[in-house]
Design a protein around this ligand. Sequence first.
Ligand SMILES: [Zn+2]
Length: 60
Amino acid sequence: MIMEKTQENRCCICGRKFIGYGYNPYPVKEEGRCCGMCNYMVVVPKRLNELYKRQKNRKK
Ligand SMILES: [Zn+2]
């Protein structure tokens, strides 16, 4: 039985170690995984920003 929850990863944004699968850092980084903190503080705002820009362009 594989205990994936205890797997240790390194955040590709802040460089800290975290336990677990982590989060997809796209569009901040194209590879690796990021920690929950960076996901909420960096990745999600960036993602929303990109989405907003794309929608704005589409209206023109
Ligand atoms: Zn991080």
